[in-house]
Design a protein around this ligand. Sequence first.
Ligand code: AMP
Ligand code: ZN
Length: 113
Amino acid sequence: MSDCLFCKIGAAKIPAKLVYQDEEIFAFEDISPQAPTHILICPRRHIEKLGDAAAADALLLGRLQLVAAQLAAQRNLTDGYRTVVNNGAGAGQSVFHLHLHLLGGRLMRWPPG
Ligand code: AMP
Ligand code: ZN
């Protein structure tokens, strides 16, 4: 989608600190980190939000989580980490291209705000 910030990052039209990429997924450092590790993991294909994913996207959704686990292992987040998807404005979604947050490197509290 030509007007989408994360599509532009995925296409290298806007700079970002990329930490992972393959044919269907890319991941980069969040510009406003909420933890010592804060990475956003995105499908290359523009899916607006989790609620728009289809059964055919099951493998892709699983791979987003596995990339998060791989990055967490690389960064030695042995004390724990969190993956989060904000679905919709009411949940705090501000960029409408599906992304998984990987947060770690500090104590995580529950419930989240
Ligand atoms: P969400 O609120 O779940 O939609 O998350 C969007 C995230 O994107 C926020 O944590 C922002 O800090 C982050 N963000 C916004 N613009 C950029 C950017 N240009 N590069 C990296 N991260 C960004
Ligand atoms: Zn997009």
